[in-house]
Write a protein that binds this ligand. Structure first.
Ligand code: ZN
Length: 107
């Protein structure tokens, strides 16, 4: 049972790999026998960075965090809020084609 917000992940029923949802086959074995499942939206920051001169269309500072979710699925997320440090817990949500993270509400 998952308390709080959830994030949709995908499980390959052939090789049991877990990954972010994709329109294509399993990135590990190529099987198309994949199924979505809901995991906790809370993950732990592995590393984060802050871009003062981001690509056109993004506001500075543009903060990015590599976040490890349930089942060791890693997500590169745009950080809303301050720059986190490795080990911080953040809540990740999908926003169109990108993922966004913010400090975990319970912190
Ligand atoms: Zn697979």
């Amino acid at each position: 049972m998952i308390l709080g917000a959830t994030l949709e992940l995908t499980r390959c029923t052939s090789c049991h790999a877990r990954f972010l949802p994709t329109d294509g086959p399993c990135p590990k074995c190529g099987s198309t026998d994949c199924a979505p499942y809901s995991a906790s939206a809370v993950g732990r920051v592995l590393v984060a960075t802050e871009l003062h001169y981001p690509a056109s269309g993004w506001h500075a500072p543009h903060r990015l965090a590599l976040v490890e979710m349930t089942d060791a699925v890693r997500v590169l997320a745009i950080m809303d809020g301050g720059l986190p440090v490795p080990g911080d817990l953040v809540e990740v949500r999908r926003d169109g084609d990108v993922h966004r993270a913010r400090p975990e509400p319970t912190q």
